[in-house]
Design a protein around this ligand. Structure first.
Ligand code: AMP
Ligand code: FE
Ligand code: FE
Ligand code: ZN
Length: 286
């Protein structure tokens, strides 16, 4: 019963619409998939319709961008009430700030002779999309400056780049509180994925656990075997469950659906802990 609890659609920086992500999940033989776009619920309706049709169960979620003193933290939030105003307000703020931040990054790049304009970046995303560096990467691919998103990230778009600009994001402890207040279940995404930037130390995760964190995404391709083991041990010490997921972004990354999975037991815990009234969409099966 493969369960993959972390994917992205064109509502953020995935390359496929959310109904196509669900169709791909069906093709990949998943029984359950979670849609977790960065800072938006915009992909939920199309994914819900597709899940019902295609025989895949859908966990509606979101990946909340957070910042702990400048260090980026991603918090997966499952089965949240999309109308809960506290969390919604923070997501809106982060999305707005991401737009200004893209403008600023493009300005710095263009001033250095890199062939990219704000219009070209906007053209890579539909209306209401959560904008991110991958959309700048797509514009650089379109103009022939680089061949792939990954190539853009190894140089001009990486965290330490002279063109890097941060955006507003709530601190992770507050985000955990807001997810719980929205009836959702907070799980820290790829906690030790330090390949592309700094990660927080365990004391921050301890404070998140005190605030209501439910789990750690231990099994993720950006973790080494040692980091997975550490995540499993830390979770056990803090009374958290662990998940495994692909972090699928369509053609935007190599991550394949189902490459890491979560146990049915943990999915049951997520459902038990959710108080939002947002249920797992159960698909009728033939
Ligand atoms: P941002 O949210 O704008 O800071 O951009 C970070 C996003 O870029 C992450 O969510 C990743 O999905 C994506 N990303 C990071 N590194 C790469 C890479 N090497 N190739 C493709 N996408 C990447
Ligand atoms: Fe992403
Ligand atoms: Fe992430
Ligand atoms: Zn993600």
């Amino acid at each position: 019963m493969p369960i993959d609890l972390h994917t992205h659609s064109t509502a953020s920086d995935g390359t496929e619409p959310s109904d196509v992500v669900v169709a791909q999940a069906a093709r990949a033989g998943l029984d359950v998939v979670a849609l977790t776009d960065h800072d938006t619920y915009a992909g939920w309706p199309a994914a819900t319709a597709a899940a019902t049709e295609l025989g895949v169960d859908l966990v509606r979620g979101v990946e909340v961008s957070c910042s702990e003193r400048g260090i980026s933290v991603h918090l997966l939030a499952y089965l949240v009430d999309p109308e809960a105003s506290g969390l919604l307000h923070e997501l809106d703020r982060a999305r707005d700030s991401r737009v200004t931040r893209i403008d600023r990054m493009v300005e710095l790049m263009a001033a250095d002779g890199i062939p990219v304009t704000v219009e070209e970046v906007r053209a890579q995303a539909g209306p209401g999309t959560t904008m991110g560096r991958p959309h700048i990467a797509d514009a650089l691919v379109a103009s022939g400056f680089v061949r792939t998103r990954d190539e853009a990230f190894t140089d001009v778009l990486r965290n330490g780049s002279r063109y890097y600009v941060s955006h507003y994001a709530p601190d992770p402890v507050r985000a955990v509180e807001l997810v719980r207040a929205a009836g959702g279940v907070p799980v820290m995404a790829h906690p030790f994925a330090n390949g592309r930037g700094w990660t927080v130390d365990d004391s921050v995760i301890e404070r998140m656990a005190d605030a209501g964190l439910a789990g750690l995404e231990a099994h993720h391709r950006d973790h080494t075997p040692q980091e997975r083991t550490h995540a499993v041990e830390l979770a056990a010490r803090l009374g958290l469950f662990v998940t495994g997921s692909s972090d699928y972004h369509g053609a935007g990354k190599e991550n394949r659906l189902g490459e890491n999975t979560t146990t049915p037991r943990v999915l049951a815990q997520i459902e038990e802990q959710a108080t939002s009234g947002i249920d797992v969409v159960r698909a009728a099966r033939a």
